[in-house]
Design a protein around this ligand. Sequence first.
Ligand SMILES: [Zn+2]
Length: 150
Amino acid sequence: MSDFKAALQKVTPKAIAWAEAQSELIIAHGVPLSVQGIADARTVGVSSPERIRIAFVSSLPLPGDEELCTIALHTGLLGPDMTGLTLGHGIFIVQGRQSRQLFTHEFRHVFQYEQAGSIAVFLSAYLDQIASVGYWDSPLELDARRHELT
Ligand SMILES: [Zn+2]
């Protein structure tokens, strides 16, 4: 096993705990989708689009845990180029970067979470793919990119 894969596996439980807490914050404070947003979410497969909440942020939040934060930046998951992050039915969108393409990409990740059944199951599979083939080529990212609407 590569050092990177081992490091990623080691922080996965911490990543799941962070993701669950952030998702709860978005659900509590985020905004629901517009009628068009709900229609788009349904189009890309989401079964409960009314549960989705969006939190607009100036930049994606970074985990307080140093080890987790370093790996998140190293993988590019929370790097400066990222404009959206989906955690269950909660979606972070960087202010000023919203587009139908970005929203539908993130909606497809919501669908993937729904299929997985929990944040823990989804994130374990997702991080495993990133450790194996990298972010860009991971099957879950390829699937999300294929479902973007413009
Ligand atoms: Zn994605």
